[in-house]
Design a protein around this ligand. Structure first.
Ligand SMILES: Cc1cc2nc3c(=O)[nH]c(=O)nc-3n(C[C@H](O)[C@H](O)[C@H](O)COP(=O)(O)OP(=O)(O)OC[C@H]3O[C@@H](n4cnc5c(N)ncnc54)[C@H](O)[C@@H]3O)c2cc1C
Length: 396
C-alpha cells in the first residue's frame, strides 16, 4: 500500500515539513503493508504515533496503557510525564545550530501548526496554543555573540530570532525585573501548547480513525519467538502483534527488562505551579512565554500563569526547598507573582536516558519487530511529532 492520501482524504504533506531542512530524517518512500501494530503508552509520544500511523487505514493499531484513562488535567502527583508538562516548544530558541535534535524540534512546531486545526475539527474541542513566541532572558554573565551568530542561520531555516535590548524589553514586557538582565532573545515562531488537551485530542482523533485504546491494561507477558514479538498477554486478554512500539516513558525500562534488553532510564523530577495574579502581568495583548534561569513563566489565561519547573535528580519525591528556590527566583524575575494566589502545585517525572542523549528512537537489539520510541526527557511534547514520523519510516 503506497502511503498517499485516499481519494476523499485531505493531503497531508508530512514529508515536506521535515525534509525542509538539509539532512532531514530520510523519508524517501512510504511503502506500508497492513500490519497489527501495538503501541505501549498513550502519553504525548504514544498518542502522536497512534494518530500519525492511523493515516494508513489498513493498519490495525492498538494502544495499551496501564493508566485507567487518558491523561488527566489538574493532578498533583502526576502519574505520567505528559500530565506534568508545561508544553513549551523550544525549537528556534534552542542553541543548537544543526543536527538531528534541532531538525526534530523544528519539525515538531511545524507539525503542530499544521495538525492542530485538523485535530480541533475532528474532535470539536479547542486546544490552547500560545502563538506569541518565547522570550529568553539573558543575564550579565551570558554572551550575546552565539545568538548573533545564530540569527542568520535560523533565517536559512525559515525561523526568526531577535535580540531585544533593555528599552525594547521594558516597552514590551514591563512585568520583568531587569536587574542583571542584559537582553532578551525573542523567538516569535516558537509555541506553547496545553499538553493534556493536546494528548486527549490526539487520542480522540486517533479513535475516530479506527485506533483502539485499552486503558487499565496491565501487560503480564510479552511473548516472542526467534527475535519476533508475537503476542502481548494482558489482564484484558491477548493481542497479536506484527510490530511493537514501546512508547511508555519511564515504564519503558520495565518493558525492555522483560525483553532482556533493559534501556536504562532515570526519573528526573519537576515541580511547577499554577498561579492567579492580582493584576495583569505586562501588556494584556502581548503574553509570550518568558524564560529566565531555566524557569518558564507560561501565560495560560488572563492573569493566570504556570511557573516551572524544577529539575531534581535522584528522587521521586518533591523537595520543598527546591520548590521554594523556584518560587524565589520566579518572584525576583517577575515581582508581580509575589501576591499571586495558588491554584495548584504539581510534580511529575521526566524519562531521561542514562548515559546517552534523548530521545531513544531505535529498534530494540535482538528483536526484528520492536521499536523504542521513548526517553524524551525534557522535550517530549516538542519531539513527539518527529518521533512519530520516524516510527512511520521504520514501519515502511
Ligand atoms: C514538570 C515537567 C515539565 C515539562 N515541561 C515540558 C515542556 O515544557 N515541553 C516539553 O516538550 N516537554 C516537557 N516535559 C517533558 C515531557 O513531559 C515528557 O518528555 C513527555 O511527556 C514524555 O512523554 P511520554 O509519552 O514518553 O511519557 P508519559 O507521558 O509518561 O506516558 C507514558 C505512558 O505509558 C504508560 N505506561 C508506562 N509503562 C507501561 C506499561 N508497562 N504498561 C502499559 N502502559 C504503560 C503510562 O501509563 C503513560 O500513560 C516536562 C516534564 C515535566 C515532568
Amino acid at each position: 500500500v503506497r502511503f498517499s492520501p485516499r481519494e476523499n482524504a485531505p493531503p497531508r504533506p508530512i514529508l515536506k515539513t521535515i525534509n525542509h531542512y538539509p539532512g532531514a530524517i530520510a523519508q524517501s518512500s512510504r511503502l506500508f503493508t497492513a500490519m497489527k501494530i501495538v503501541i505501549i503508552g498513550s502519553g504525548i509520544v504514544g498518542a502522536t504515533i497512534a494518530y500519525e500511523l492511523a493515516q494508513n487505514p489498513d493498519h490495525q493499531i492498538t494502544v495499551l496503557d496501564r493508566q485507567p484513562h487518558p491523561v488527566q488535567p489538574d493532578q498533583t502527583a502526576c502519574p505520567t510525564s505528559t500530565g506534568a508538562a508545561l508544553g513549551v516548544l523550544m525549537a528556534a530558541i534552542s542553541k543548537k545550530e544543526k543536527g538531528r535534535n534541532l531538525r526534530m524540534r523544528l519539525a515538531g512546531v511545524d507539525w503542530y501548526d499544521r495538525i492542530i486545526p485538523e485535530l480541533e475539527a475532528i474532535t470539536q474541542r479547542a486546544i490552547p496554543v500560545n502563538r506569541q513566541g518565547i522570550l529568553m532572558l539573558q543575564f550579565s554573565d551570558d554572551r550575546l555573540e552565539p545568538w548573533e551568530h545564530l540569527i542568520p542561520l535560523r533565517q536559512t531555516q525559515n525561523r526568526r530570532l531577535e535580540i531585544w535590548d533593555i528599552p525594547k524589553l521594558q516597552q514590551h514586557c514591563p512585568q520583568i525585573n531587569l536587574t542583571n538582565i542584559i537582553a532578551g532573545i525573542y523567538s516569535p515562531d516558537d509555541r506553547q501548547i496545553n499538553p493534556v488537551t493536546l494528548t486527549q485530542n490526539l487520542i480522540t482523533a486517533a479513535q475516530t480513525k479506527g485506533v483502539t485504546f485499552q486503558f487499565g491494561c496491565e501487560i503480564t507477558h510479552i511473548n516472542h519467538l526467534a527475535g519476533q514479538v508475537t503476542t502481548i498477554s494482558t489482564n484484558q486478554g491477548s493481542i497479536e502483534c506484527d510490530r511493537l512500539i514501546i512508547a511508555a516513558g519511564l515504564g519503558s525500562l520495565g518493558l525492555t527488562q522483560a525483553l532482556n534488553q533493559p534501556l536504562p532510564l532515570q526519573p528526573v523530577l519537576g515541580q511547577a505551579i499554577h498561579l492567579k495574579t492580582t493584576q495583569p502581568l505586562g501588556q494584556p495583548d502581548f503574553q509570550p512565554v518568558i524564560t529566565g534561569h531555566d524557569i518558564h513563566l507560561v501565560p495560560i489565561a488572563p492573569q493566570e500563569y504556570w511557573v516551572g519547573a524544577t529539575v531534581e535528580f535522584g528522587t521521586e519525591q518533591p523537595d520543598p526547598q527546591n520548590f521554594q528556590q523556584l518560587m524565589d527566583a520566579a518572584i525576583e524575575l517577575w515581582p508581580g507573582l509575589a501576591q499571586a494566589e495558588t491554584f495548584r502545585q504539581w510534580y511529575g517525572l521526566r524519562p531521561r536516558p542514562d548515559g546517552r542523549s534523548a530521545p531513544v528512537i531505535e529498534p530494540l537489539a535482538g528483536y526484528q519487530n520492536v521499536l523504542l520510541a521513548t526517553a524524551h526527557y525534557r522535550n517530549g511534547v516538542l519531539l513527539a511529532p518527529a518521533t512519530a514520523m520516524a516510527v512511520a519510516d521504520w514501519l515502511s
